[in-house]
Design a binder for this molecule. Structure first.
Ligand SMILES: [Zn+2]
Ligand SMILES: [Zn+2]
Length: 191
């Protein structure tokens, strides 16, 4: 595992700036990896799947340290608006969920009252202990076969729009195989 400073350098480059979220995210992911006993996720690429629960600064840092990317199917997003992530070791099924404590932000803000808010928080997140910053929970995650990196399955075609659907994401409606959009889960409207 790299040091906090090394990860922060990489996170700053990847994310575009250094922020309190990067520091918190790097710390969160380092704790998760340590708990699972995974020292270098870049060396064991298919071993780890990470579920993130928010799409904010912190997420970029978590994904970087865990070396889990959306495009590799190793990063899963659950839009729950929570600063938390679950790290799943596919080798043995162990999984740990790390959540930022509700009190962590306030604690960080109070630690360096002389500093400007963001700078103080960054510094505090780098120094506070894991116990102060995070809650840790061992959990069980059922990763469906079609959600695993490297899953190979049949690709089907939506009976309505004709677009291809991968990874068993089709739904059966009144005997017709449809994509989620045609089945009504649409997040966009056609103009
Ligand atoms: Zn940021
Ligand atoms: Zn369709």
């Amino acid at each position: 595992m790299k040091t906090l400073a090394e990860y922060l350098d990489l996170a700053t480059q990847a994310h575009g700036h250094l922020c309190a979220g990067q520091v918190l995210g790097v710390r969160l992911a380092m704790l998760g990896l340590r708990e699972l006993g995974i020292d270098d996720p870049t060396a064991e690429r298919k071993r780890l799947v990470t579920y993130v629960e928010i799409d904010r600064c912190v997420t970029d840092a978590v994904a970087l340290v865990a070396n889990c990317r959306l495009g590799k199917r190793a990063l899963k997003f659950r839009d729950w608006g929570k600063v938390a992530a679950t790290f799943v070791d596919l080798k043995n099924g162990r999984a740990v969920r790390i959540a930022a404590k509700e009190s962590s932000k306030q604690t960080a803000r109070e630690m360096f009252p002389g500093l400007e808010k963001e700078a103080g928080q960054q510094k505090a997140y780098a120094q506070l202990s894991d116990d102060v910053l995070f809650d840790k929970q061992w959990v069980k995650v059922k990763v469906a076969p079609e959600d695993l990196p490297g899953f190979k399955g049949p690709r089907v075609v939506c009976a309505q729009c004709g677009e291809g659907i991968n990874f068993n994401r089709e739904v059966l409606v009144n005997g017709r195989t449809l994509c989620r959009s045609c089945a009504g889960e649409r997040y966009y409207e056609r103009l």
